[in-house]
Design a protein around this ligand. Sequence first.
Ligand SMILES: Cc1cc2nc3c(=O)[nH]c(=O)nc-3n(C[C@H](O)[C@H](O)[C@H](O)COP(=O)(O)OP(=O)(O)OC[C@H]3O[C@@H](n4cnc5c(N)ncnc54)[C@H](O)[C@@H]3O)c2cc1C
Length: 425
Amino acid sequence: MERTPTARAEGCPVVIIGGGPAGLFCALQAAGAGRRVVVLEKNASCGRKLLITGTGQCNLTNTGDISEFLVHYGDHGPFLRHALRGFTNRDLRAFLSEQGLATTAEPGGKVFPASRKAQDVLSLLLSACSKRGVAVRCSEPVQSVASTGEGFVVTTERAVYHAACCVVATGGVSYPATGSTGDGYAFARVLGHAVTDVAPALAAVTVADFPYADCAGISFENLQVSLYRGGKKIRQQSGDLLFTHHGLSGPAVLHLSRFTRAGDVLAVSFLPGRDPQQLDRELTGTIAAHGQRLVRALLLDYTLPERFVRRLLDVAGIPADQTGAHLSREKRSAIIANLTGHAFTVKEVAGFDRAMVTAGGVALEAINPKTMESRQVPGLFFVGEVLDIDGDTGGYNLQAAFSTAAAAARRIRAICSGQGHGTLG
Ligand SMILES: Cc1cc2nc3c(=O)[nH]c(=O)nc-3n(C[C@H](O)[C@H](O)[C@H](O)COP(=O)(O)OP(=O)(O)OC[C@H]3O[C@@H](n4cnc5c(N)ncnc54)[C@H](O)[C@@H]3O)c2cc1C
């Protein structure tokens, strides 16, 4: 296909690579005052991943104080301090509300569009881009980006774009079917940026010989999960837990997944706050007073799901009609051990095809945290998940995408209005 120049460096053209939430939000914030902003998206439509967020309901952000956000990005929270303060969760909700999209918060703090439709968020972003004159070009995968020293040459199959500013918003490598296939890492490397090792994060784990496959779908609220490697406890996480057909998922496990490796052990306390000795005293006391009650009934007093209790007894080799009085000390100990620290050996952590986000990415050392601009190549920006940032579940990843995009857009506006040169920080 013939390549035709479609944009020239005069008039401060801005090319944004990737039409996900970070790219679209950066585009609409950078547009205006005659700036020519173009978004190049490889898919036939933008925001494919955005549409599947929060199982299609889109958990946009969280209500927590912005200072509390920083602990939700592993060791890289401090990098986001400026971006999150510059465009907060409140700013995001206010922006959406101004554009006509109401949001609603769950008691735990997760924020969703009131309609519970990710499609509404995407439509809003596209409509705001259109109103502000952003050109969104789909089915136009970027093949290469080069720096000329004075700007950028961005090449697609159809055209060559000349830009004063170039924003890489290509996402990570998880759920590659949505378009995030790691192209941004290659662009970063060519432009002299280091990329840290990438790994699946927010991923479910497969458990070796998982005994609760027939309990798939059962969820538990606010349990405690500890991660052990070589017999040593290395992390602990509280949160909800979900049994799947092959192992464990739910926020507690997803959050630990960025640290979890095959062969590690996840110890789940189904009765958080109770240690084995305390539970032993309680059960012994109840059995002494009500020896004819079924063991199953004694355990249901702890408001555990019935299907789980039946399977737990099965796993311990205790018949369903066993009474407390006939429960041996050995079997009682087995139940107590599994309720206070059930050990699950990790067979594997789900791969990029099923991980919600990517850990690792464009190394943060060479990025200005106030602007997301490259410290090495003026006018080059990285926003969203392409950066070496991954957040917990709860809306933290989308908030990071919007906040980093807003930071870059601020700087682009300054560069384009002639105030920005020589202040790379
Ligand atoms: C199943 C699932 C559920 C999730 N739920 C939530 C949630 O509820 N809340 C939350 O906060 N986060 C959630 N996330 C994470 C969140 O979706 C991402 O962190 C977020 O989409 C990142 O935005 P982004 O714009 O940086 O990247 P992406 O959304 O990945 O967008 C990148 C875009 O760049 C395009 N692109 C890539 N390469 C090129 C190229 N060479 N040329 C042109 N275009 C290119 C891609 O096609 C894509 O459209 C979820 C993720 C998944 C997979």
